[in-house]
Design a protein around this ligand. Structure first.
Ligand SMILES: NC(=O)c1ccc[n+]([C@@H]2O[C@H](COP(=O)([O-])OP(=O)(O)OC[C@H]3O[C@@H](n4cnc5c(N)ncnc54)[C@H](O)[C@@H]3O)[C@@H](O)[C@H]2O)c1
Ligand SMILES: [Zn+2]
Length: 361
């Protein structure tokens, strides 16, 4: 088995291990002493993968006290689910030195991470991302949390997992549309990174066809890139903000559509809007490049008819900032070129409205 391994160089560092047909229990036992454990998963992933994981952990000397399955989907990133999961862990006798295994997509990762960060003031977390989005994005960087009725990710923390292990074979059961949504973040990071990672975006179409080498290369590229960005600025006081590329208008679109538009789809469209803004403001024309990459990932480049005012209003709740002269404005990440992001670019309301109008049909 050919393992990819990336150390996230924060303190303490943690490894991300990637492979096909990964022996998770063996990888985990190389890093942590077998002890008391619980598995958190969701109703799509659990039935196919949780029992196998529990058995292999048990045979490596772990005691799996409980397998907690939450309903699949974003609504599970909620306080009520969080309280329910924590209660299950308490009743299963989980102690301070126990380990929580979060087996699932970004929802299970964020929820499980927040439980691990707070249960008995913090227990170990092993992240086992099963969606492409979770493998390339949410499992690296330590952001964990849940949503509130008032907005997404409003309650959370930073928690470094002890280990992240991703078996690329888990992607076999991931629906095509979810694979594409993960590729939105891959395309984003390839554009931000430039270099060899950007060159590997040629393999996006093969990744959509589930070519294992293409998927492996793109997952490794993303994890390396995100690990490096996070290590430079773990708490997002500066450069980590580049990871929000495409997300300012993306979040506005998502919220204006009442979350009927998936995050990856919204980010894809948000990047196209950002490319239009960069052409106007920085004189860099990467619009066609963006559209080609997103089409090859089977992602949208325009959004369904949404009121630009609604999108602006939703962005206002999210990211609106007063500029130095007191005018209403936004701060964008734009690309001066492939691999040359700039952040904190002031965009006024009129420019933002124009960019939204370009991408909403
Ligand atoms: N913490 C971070 O830094 C960070 C970064 C990006 C996104 N996020 C969060 O991640 C979440 C989105 O992640 P996501 O797209 O993975 O969502 P998700 O966890 O809802 O997974 C998407 C869907 O795929 C299913 N699924 C996952 N793996 C599967 C598999 N192997 N086989 C079959 N089905 C599978 C899930 O059950 C779900 O229906 C959002 O809540 C977002 O806020 C967090
Ligand atoms: Zn995102």
């Amino acid at each position: 088995m050919d393992l990819g391994r990336v150390e996230v160089p924060v303190s303490p560092p943690y490894p991300v291990v990637i492979g096909s047909g990964l022996n998770v229990a063996e990888v985990v036992s190389g890093e942590l002493q077998p002890n008391l454990a619980a598995i958190l998963t969701d109703s799509n992933v659990g039935p196919t993968h949780a029992a196998h994981l529990a058995r292999s952990l048990e045979s490596a000397g772990w005691h799996v006290a409980d397998i907690v399955e939450v309903p699949a989907g974003e609504p599970s990133k909620a306080i009520s689910t969080y309280a329910g999961v924590a209660g299950r862990l308490a009743r299963a006798g989980m102690m301070r030195d126990a380990t929580l295994f979060a087996l699932g997509g970004g929802v299970v990762g964020d929820l499980g991470g927040f439980v691990a960060a707070t249960f008995m003031r913090g227990i170990d977390l092993v992240a086992l991302p099963t969606s492409l989005l979770a493998m390339v994005d949410s499992s690296v960087g330590g952001k964990v949390g849940v949503d509130l009725p008032e907005g997404k990710n409003l309650l959370g923390s930073f928690l470094r997992p002890r280990l992240v292990a991703a078996d690329l074979d888990w992607l076999h059961t991931l629906p095509d549309r979810e694979l594409s949504r993960g590729l939105a973040e891959v395309v984003k990071m390839g554009l931000l990174s430039g270099g060899g990672y950007f060159d590997d975006l040629e393999r996006t179409e093969a990744a959509v066809e589930r070519d294992p080498d293409a998927l492996r290369a793109l997952v490794l590229d993303s994890v390396r890139f995100k690990a490096q960005v996070v290590a430079e600025d773990e708490l997002e006081s500066g450069r980590r903000a580049i990871l929000n590329y495409g997300h300012t208008i993306g979040h506005g679109l998502e919220a204006a559509a009442g979350y009927a538009l998936a995050h990856g789809d919204a980010v894809a469209v948000g990047m196209v809007a950002a490319a239009h803004l960069a052409r106007e403001k920085l004189g860099t024309d990467l619009v066609a490049l963006h559209e080609d990459l997103l089409v090859s990932a089977r992602l949208p480049t325009t959004a369904p008819a949404l009121e630009p005012e609604k999108v602006l209003a939703a962005m206002g709740r999210d990211k609106k900032r007063r500029t130095a002269d007191g005018a209403a404005g936004y701060r964008f990440v734009l690309l001066e070129d492939v691999g040359e992001p700039v952040w904190g670019v002031a965009v006024d309301e009129e420019e933002a409205r124009w960019a939204i109008e370009v991408v909403v049909g």
